[in-house]
Design a protein around this ligand. Structure first.
Ligand code: 0X9
Ligand code: CA
Ligand code: ZN
Length: 324
């Protein structure tokens, strides 16, 4: 469970330096903005990648969220990989060039920097999951950000009301400043009432899964999810999984969760979206702490799957032959 520090993983200050370098090396293609502050006051950073990056063009937008959960460090490496792939690939790889020309890509490379830094600060890494927000009336620290989203929050036994729980849902929906900042960022991508972000991936570890909403119910078609919409998630999730060898399934098939980002992005914002649970497949592969020697293999493994999502982002329903 606990692991020796592995300097092959990227700390938050190192990540901010990498983002600075990517933006400096690719003006016109990559820009960064601070979309909020963590509980402990760290800047929360979003990177945009597109042609004419300083202009808000009318192009389908795609969102990648990384590291809601502190100990899932491989997801930060996935963000670094995507930053490099989409900028260095531009002008070299025709497929990447076309996608970057015709999409606006948002990468939130670390949604929970307080948690990441806390996890990495120990003599051994601390197996920390939540953010670092204190809880009133309890000595237990932290909210599970992926139970704090404002759709059917706490509805269904898929989170805990106990601050000492690993899946503590927080005092109220969006009570985590990090969740509130991402939710505000996403709401801010609506132009003239229309959400520009069409599709998204929230990166986690581990189990090698591609998951789609809903998490709060085992139902496929239900209130807020037509059969066509469900089929779109299933078809696109399955198509991406054929590229990376992950197992595709509805997120509640793993276990029921309420207040997850998946459910909110779909139900509140109409964004077709997935959770990736990255390497390893099981605890035997290192659980949350695989050695940094796997980073190259396990991030590039997702190149084709991510490009497939970027491709379908103009109209995800295309994958089931629908126009909408
Ligand atoms: O429990 C989670 O938040 C995710 N698994 S993890 O081991 N990375 O903590 C799974 C979330 C899946 N999404 C939904 N069930 N909506
Ligand atoms: Ca553009
Ligand atoms: Zn996670």
């Amino acid at each position: 469970t606990f692991a020796s520090p592995d300097p092959g993983y990227t700390t938050y200050p190192e990540l901010l330096d990498i983002v600075d370098d990517v933006v400096a090396d690719h003006p016109g293609l990559a820009s960064q903005q601070v979309y909020g502050q963590s509980y402990e006051g760290r800047d929360l950073v979003a990177v945009k990648i597109s042609d004419n990056v300083s202009v808000d063009e009318d192009q389908p937008e795609v969102l990648f969220v990384h590291s809601q959960h502190a100990r899932e460090h491989l997801t930060v490496e996935m963000a670094v990989y995507l930053l490099d792939l989409l900028t260095d690939g531009y002008g070299n790889d025709p497929r990447i060039t076309e996608l970057v020309d015709n999409r606006e890509i948002w990468i939130l490379p670390n949604a929970n920097p307080d948690g990441s830094e806390y996890d990495m600060a120990g003599t051994n890494w601390r197996n920390w999951r939540k953010n670092r927000q204190p809880n009133q009336g309890s000595s237990a620290v932290g909210t599970d950000m992926n139970r704090n989203w404002d759709h059917k929050w706490g509805c269904c036994g898929g989170s805990s009301g106990n601050p000492s729980s690993l899946t503590y849902r927080g005092a109220a929906p969006e009570s985590s400043p990090e969740v509130a900042a991402i939710a505000d960022f996403v709401r801010g991508r609506a132009v003239g009432g229309e959400q520009q972000i069409t599709s998204a991936i929230d990166f986690h570890t581990y189990s090698e899964l591609i998951l789609w909403p809903f998490g709060y119910t085992y139902d496929e078609a239900t209130e807020g999810m037509t059969q066509e919409e469900y089929d779109t998630h299933e078809a696109l999730g399955t198509y991406m999984a054929q590229a990376n060898g992950y197992t595709p399934q509805q997120s509640s098939d793993l276990y029921v969760t309420d207040g997850s980002i998946n459910d909110w992005l779909w139900a509140d914002q109409g964004i077709v979206n997935f959770t990736y649970e990255m390497y390893p497949r099981s605890w035997w592969g290192g659980g949350f702490y695989p050695p940094s020697s796997v980073i190259g293999r396990e991030t590039s493994r997702n190149e084709e799957a991510v490009l497939r999502l970027l491709d379908y982002a103009d109209c995800p329903y295309r994958i089931i032959g629908e126009e909408e």
